[in-house]
Design a protein. Structure first.
Length: 222
């Protein structure tokens, strides 16, 4: 005997806030919608969850289908479910945020995305639906997580200098950090190690190159 539910079922979507660092600026990946509603508007990549699909698998699928981005750090952010946030029907969105190192930014528009592009977080265009609120929440989460985790390392290539890592922190926080204190904290955490190699930038003294001690993971630190 089939069961009849008393309450109507809302639709569920995933939306993905994907960040990178370029030219010492925190940037966000957006798609230009090819379909209604909000056709031609810029929006976060995402889409409806299939009835037999896991939430995170949906986020991974939509990210690849709409932008071509794969294999990045992905973390659940927040659930957005205000009535009227989508004109089509009652839609609840489970938002994720993802981090992409600059050397892995191979993007392409596909699926229902007409165009895909990077924008500085400080200079975003008008966004569809309630996606500006989702972006603000993701930026807030990312900034706060710098204080108690190694999440900034997800932006780094295989080898990097401590100055480059400091620039990532400063780009996210929007403020300058004391060089000596920053290096002292990072080395004390044990999340990076020297490679024994150096990189020369112009006429400056060669800088030590570091690598992550636990690639692909975000560790909680105190």
């Amino acid at each position: 005997m089939s069961y009849t539910y008393t309450y109507p079922h809302p639709a569920v979507t995933t939306d993905i806030v994907i960040f990178t660092i370029r030219k010492q600026q925190l940037e966000l990946l957006l798609i230009r919608r090819a379909d209604e509603p909000c056709k031609d508007s810029w929006a976060l990549p995402g889409g409806f969850v299939n009835i037999d699909e896991d939430l995170e698998n949906c986020a991974i699928r939509e990210l690849e289908e709409e932008t071509g981005v794969t294999g990045v750090y992905l973390e659940q952010l927040y659930t957005f479910g205000a009535p009227g946030r989508d004109p089509r029907e009652r839609v609840i969105s489970v938002a994720y945020y993802a981090l992409v190192p600059p050397d892995r930014m191979h993007i392409r528009a596909a699926s229902d995305a007409r165009e895909v592009a990077w924008f500085e977080v400080k200079k975003l265009p008008r966004l569809a639906f309630d996606h500006k609120s989702i972006v603000d929440k993701a930026h807030q989460r990312l900034s706060s997580k710098l204080n108690y985790s190694t999440i900034a390392l997800q932006f780094m290539p295989e080898k990097f200098t401590l100055s480059e890592l400091q620039q990532v922190y400063e780009s996210i926080l929007g403020t300058s950090l004391d060089k000596r204190n920053f290096r002292k904290r990072v080395t004390a955490l044990g999340c990076v190690k020297e490679t024994g190699e150096y990189r020369r930038n112009g006429n400056h003294r060669p800088a030590r190159l570091f690598t992550k001690t636990s690639p692909g993971t975000v560790e909680i630190v105190r």
